[in-house]
Design a protein around this ligand. Structure first.
Ligand code: G1P
Length: 291
């Protein structure tokens, strides 16, 4: 048994070109799902498994992320004055739920490079990387399952999901062998292969528990796909010295960088809300009409 993981790293320096023009002046991490910015779901997911030390890898134009997780005295003053106690408590809770640190990536040199920027903060302990485009449903238990697997194996654990064969080129893709329960041992990993080169249809889904060995591995990783330092390539280097596992799951992941999946997440999350669900259900039935 290894010690519990205490730190999470959220890379948030990307440009969000898949969601232009909305992301021209607004960080993609701040796009709302119903009424909450996407990055708040990710921070809440970390907090739900007991990880409250969070490092956000930020960049130019991402200031509103810091403002969102900070206290807002002016807003709190007016909410208090107006007797809006529920909203006031909500605003304070956002600022209090985690200890959030920021570091800037500087240059967009790839996901592997973004993670390397976290080295000093992470300080030689296993940690979690959470990509903000992947939103996990709060009941999915994916991160909790990965952390349990890490505690059992002492190794890095990647979130894996089976995808359509034609879509493997959107993901890091693994060759694997069974390792019990939902676990597989990763035998090979390739960043965004063409379908004919893919070792399987299991893709990496934006959650990684990584051992600190990944930092030396990133240093040894040459620029790969798109001329960027890829985290996937660094994981392959890490596999030269350490076992790497995958935790495979089926449900509960939304790619909110994809417009259709963003809409699906918005509708599903709204339908689950007590204040919106019943009325939205009636609207959708009415709008779509009889089958
Ligand atoms: C990144 C990773 C890829 C991973 C994916 C998960 O790609 O490079 O290996 O499968 O996230 O969402 P991106 O989607 O940022 O291009």
């Amino acid at each position: 048994m290894t010690a519990p993981v205490k730190k999470a790293v959220i890379p948030a320096a990307g440009l969000g070109t898949r969601f232009l023009p909305a992301t021209k002046a607004l960080p993609k991490e701040m796009l709302p799902l119903v009424d909450k910015p996407a990055i708040q779901y990710v921070v809440e997911e970390a907090v739900s498994v007991g990880i409250t030390d969070i490092l956000i890898i930020s960049g130019r134009g991402k200031r509103t992320i810091e403002d969102h997780f900070d206290r807002s005295f002016e807003l709190e003053y007016y909410l208090e004055k107006g007797g809006k106690n529920e909203e006031l408590a909500q605003m304070r809770a956002i600022a209090d739920m985690a200890e959030i640190h920021y570091v800037r990536q500087g240059e967009p040199l790839g996901l592997g490079h973004a993670v390397s920027v976290a080295r000093e903060h992470v300080d030689d302990q296993p940690f979690v990387v959470m990509l903000g485009d992947d939103i996990m449903h709060e009941k999915s238990g994916i991160l909790a399952g990965m952390l349990a697997a890490h505690e059992r194996t002492g190794s890095s654990v990647l979130a894996l999901k089976s995808v359509n064969h034609s879509e493997v080129s959107l993901y890091g893709c693994v060759a694997h062998e069974p390792a019990g329960d939902s676990l597989v041992r990763v035998l090979d990993i390739i960043e965004k292969p063409a379908p004919e080169d893919a070792p399987s249809d299991l893709g990496v889904m934006g959650r990684y528990v990584l051992t600190p060995g990944i930092f030396d591995a990133i240093e040894q990783t040459a620029p790969g796909r798109g001329g960027e330092i890829q985290l996937t390539d660094a994981i392959k280097v890490l596999m030269g010295t350490e076992a790497v596992y995958g935790y495979s799951f089926v449900h509960g992941r939304y790619d909110v960088g994809n417009k259709l999946d963003y809409l699906r997440a918005t509708v599903e999350f709204a339908l689950e809300r007590e204040d919106l669900g019943p009325a939205l259900r009636i609207f959708l039935k009415d709008f779509l009409g009889p089958e």
